[in-house]
Design a protein around this ligand. Sequence first.
Ligand code: NAD
Length: 428
Amino acid sequence: MTSSLLTDANRRLERALKHVHISEDASERLKFPKASLKVSIPVRMDDGSLRVFEGYRVRYDDTRGPTKGGIRFHPNVTMDEVQSLAFWMTFKCAAVNLPFGGAKGGITLNPKELSKFELERLSRGYVDAIADFIGPDIDIPAPDVYTNPMIMGWMMDQYSIIRRQLSPAVMTGKPVGMGGSQGRDRATGTGAFYVLAAMMAKFDRNPATTTVAVQGFGNAGSVVARLLFEAGYQVVAVSDSHGGLYCDRGLDIPSLQQFKASTRSLQAVYCEGTVCNLVDGHDTITNDELLTLDVDILIPAALENQITAENASQIQAEYIFEVANGPITSAGDRILEDRGIYVFPDILVNAGGVTVSYYEWVQNRSGLYWSEAEVSDRLKNKLVAEAEDIWRISQNLAIPLRTAAYVHALERLEAAHSARGTRDYYVS
Ligand code: NAD
């Protein structure tokens, strides 16, 4: 997965470079991460033994501001993967004009094997190891796969102990009680909904006759499904790792959310007699079947590499909104493009999470805290404006939306690199 992530990101960058002038300085600088740190984290386990974990933090490019990116706890974490994801974050922050560069971090482990005590010791030990590499003006981590607000709270607390001053702005995605922002937990799904609604208005589509399938019913997918349901869209299919549900008249998303919360799986929901009544006329489907359903909008919101050269020719949706990171491979992309399917890219569609992380950092630094409505308004204005710009670039240059998003990001990265001005001393 790792090399394909980086290879795909590089292929997309190369495509975008054909449509935008960027200096050799900027393109040379963007080939290399600014700094990569590998650490060992010794942790006293509950049984008294000592285990040493490997952790990483990469700051890719900080020309536009301090670097920003999540921390992942996963068995597949490697330096290569962390560098690829930090590169990706650099483009995401630039695409939606956040004053940040890109970063990423991770620890190689299966977090489900650790007790809560062990997880806390590991999280604090990681901060002990990287404390000189991060900071509110240097690099600001956030949650990612298998990390959550509680872990961010422990990490912020540990950093504050080391610095001997409360430093809430060093981490985002914290619990609200520890300086987290209102609306952060729903930000990715909410941002995706704003982008989708603004873009669908261009196609004159009536929500009541627009069908949607959502792969992944987690933090991001369930929020976007719920908002689409409330806006009157026909959400006909949703799925999680156990499988999916289909109902051609539209699913009752609030009930599914409620039952998912109590049963933790959509298959279990299906088997509950009461929910079968609620979604009378539905069917169970596999995740592969969900992707190729005859719907208007497809929303991959689970994992990377879901639409590939193998299945792209079977996709029937007219529009794809990438809520997951990297759900379409570059080979899949080309097939979808040839077939005239609109793909709204991850670096725009799922940027709501990092945008509200930015708002959290701003609130921590100013000491002025905003209501959820204020956060939501700012998020909507920002993402819709950036989506409109990306749409315009795509139309003007006759290029796919993904390439347009990279062009948009590259123009900003180029401006930041060129503003340093030193190349002119030597090259006329
Ligand atoms: P999550 O863990 O809350 O939810 C993931 C969902 O995907 C779960 O419902 C899980 O059951 C489901 N899933 C797992 N394997 C699956 C499979 N094989 N087929 C179908 N469904 C499967 O995660 P999340 O935070 O919602 O993240 C989902 C995606 O969105 C990831 O790609 C993530 O990187 C991306 N994303 C999330 C955020 C955020 O703030 N949460 C921000 C940016 C991007």
